[in-house]
Write a protein that binds this ligand. Structure first.
Ligand code: AMP
Length: 395
């Protein structure tokens, strides 16, 4: 696996695909800088070697060149974070871009305009990719957030750099973290899957059952499993067409010596709102008219015990409706348990959508080993898919 550290960038122009798809407020100010900060080590390494950086990214889903999606809005934030005055060119291909690159000196950084102002980007157009490829000597992919897309800048472009392509430091860390969980992690390996539905997690479950020792299930999908076992789930979220599937998963897990841990109690509410009336009941005895919106205290304790014994931990999906403070306690307790296990030496990876939001919201970001920067890319990795952006560098 070729990474940035296999190259010396002295006098070279690194063409780096970054993921600067950051949220902006109404005044076009960046409201979450995480992705820019995540790309910093790669940019700094190139500059310290004595090279220059040509950064390319998408922002949002523009239809053609729409000013509100211009990357010019983020130039000052990127400059501030990297500590170098970043130059900007108002097109990512063509004469203007080529001229700006030609004028770029060692130690300098140039940001290209939004790649998705050209439809050819998402179409994976080879001609467009070749035009982009003119803008650097070495292609670096550091955008995990788009690694599951076969777009021009994330995958197709790599053909133009048969020997001069590599993973950036961020993407390399993402790959290593996933490998630690899926292949090289120390046992016991525990996966925690929460979130809303079994149907959106089934491919992940299929793929990870061979790689883990414990599977903790929480969130809305709990109730499909509980109902499948004959429990009463009241008005809780359920996928009635997935009851057989839930039973199959339980059987498969048994055959593969994976212990499934389901909640034993639930915080139930009489409405789907924060201020609803609540009570704690056994998870398989939820009264009619009540719905399970969080795990109960006994479950929190039981899950914490399993996590305390684990050496490798993967967390995807909240244990309850964490967006409502009254139903966030189970997710917070889980975060606490994972933080403690990490302190004791376990490796913990948090990834995929809402668990990342929960981890940030509750301040666990620095207490777990790694928080993935890619939602969809992370989920597809856990599903065992080969990501086009990764395959293109390995080819
Ligand atoms: P996912 O995107 O599948 O990870 O689902 C995340 C969503 O699941 C969050 O918005 C949670 O509010 C929701 N969720 C978690 N637990 C429950 C539950 N018991 N009932 C309904 N929704 C839930």
């Amino acid at each position: 696996m070729k990474t940035l550290n296999d190259f010396n960038f002295k006098g070279k122009k690194a063409l780096i695909r970054v993921d600067f798809n950051v949220p902006l407020n109404n005044e076009f100010v960046v409201t979450d800088e995480t992705r820019i900060r995540a790309a910093k080590p790669t940019i700094i390494k190139v500059l310290e070697d004595g090279g220059s950086c040509v950064l390319m990214s998408h922002l949002g889903r523009p239809k053609g060149a729409q000013e509100e999606y211009s990357l010019k809005h983020i130039v000052s934030t990127v400059s501030q974070i990297i500590g170098v005055e970043v130059k900007f060119v108002e097109n990512c291909v063509g004469e203007a871009a080529e001229k700006a690159v030609a004028q770029l000196e060692d130690g300098e950084v140039l940001l290209l305009e939004n790649l998705r102002f050209h439809d050819e980007e998402t179409a994976g157009d080879t001609h467009f990719a070749a035009q982009l490829a003119k803008l650097g000597d070495i292609y670096v992919n550091d955008a995990f957030g788009t690694a599951h897309r076969a777009h021009a800048s994330t995958a197709i472009i790599a053909e133009n750099f048969p020997d001069n392509k590599c993973f950036g430091l961020l993407l390399a860390t993402e790959i290593e973290s996933i490998n630690k969980v899926m292949d090289t992690g120390e046992s016991p390996v525990t996966a925690i899957l929460g979130g809303a539905k079994v149907s959106s997690k089934i491919t992940i479950i299929d793929n990870i059952l061979d790689k883990i020792d414990h599977l903790i299930i929480g969130g809305g999908m709990t109730f499909t499993f509980i109902k499948a076992q004959g429990g009463n789930i009241g008005n809780s979220l359920v996928e009635d067409d997935k009851l057989d599937l839930a039973r199959e998963i339980m059987e498969q897990a048994k055959a593969k010596n994976v212990i499934i841990h389901l909640p034993v109690d639930a915080v139930v509410a009489d409405a789907f709102e924060n201020q609803a009336n609540t009570q704690v009941v056994e998870v398989a005895q939820i009264p009619d008219g009540w719905m399970g919106l969080d795990v109960g205290p006994k479950t929190q304790e039981k899950f914490a015990e399993v996590i305390g014994l684990s050496k490798t931990i993967l967390w995807n999906g909240p244990l309850g409706v964490f967006e409502m403070p009254n139903f966030a306690k189970g997710t917070i307790a889980l975060g606490d348990a994972i933080a403690e296990a990490t302190k004791q030496g376990a490796f913990s990876l948090v990834g995929g959508g809402d668990s990342v939001a929960a981890v940030k919201q509750f301040g666990f970001e620095d207490k777990v080993s790694y928080v993935s920067t890619g939602g969809g890319a992370m989920l597809e990795s856990l599903e065992g898919k080969t990501l086009p952006g990764i395959a293109a560098i390995l080819a």
